[in-house]
Design a protein around this ligand. Sequence first.
Ligand code: 13P
Length: 251
Amino acid sequence: MRKKIVVGNWKMNNNFQEAEELISTIADDLDEKEIVCEVVICPPSLYLEMASDYAEESVLFIAAQNVSSFDNGAYTGEISASMLSEMEISYCIVGHSERRKYFNETDSQLAEKVNRLLDNNIKPIFCIGEQLDERENGFQFDVVRNQMQKGLFHLNSDEFLNITVAYEPVWAIGTGVVATPNQAQEMHSYIRGLISEKYNDSTAEETTILYGGSCNSDNASILFSNKDVDGGLIGGASLKADEFVKIVMSC
Ligand code: 13P
């Protein structure tokens, strides 16, 4: 059976002390509970080591928010996948819409990032999703198919088993406008169909597909109850321990 996962993407928020308090509160709260999903925290890079130390003694896994598409060398400001793997990082987000938009990350760079991560045994959480105008014009499936093909479908089926897909409609990110359960289920089922077409049914059945975009403790359980929604990629609501723990418990 495929894994259910709830991921907290902290983005560029919190100072060191706040980050430490947040992760320790989440770890303590979850340690007292019976949870059925994997819980992943994505702090800013500078806090990865601290977070990784907390994770070692808890149920938490740690993810990076970004990685270089290059191996190692003269790339000022970059962090390589091999550096992340030295810090026991389990996952890394790739292709978040904020990186596509503000940092002009291209599909071919994203495919290279996926390759660097897999070379270093780190599992990519690959983000896809359409803009509002693309949905309004009925192109949402074309956009998502194109992102899957260019970013992931160069992998063979064994490699693909390490991928978690996150469907994050751009119009839902940080807006308070959440996809309806039907919109989420429809797209997740479409994505699973693409994976089945490209690889096979069992690879598609094994792939965890997360929903992200204005997910909170009020809407998480209805979203997660959809057959093809295997958890969430949570932004704003992952910055409050009690709210994030409630979302985890909805999974
Ligand atoms: P919000 O949950 O704040 O909408 O952000 C979603 C997101 O971008 C997670 O990666």
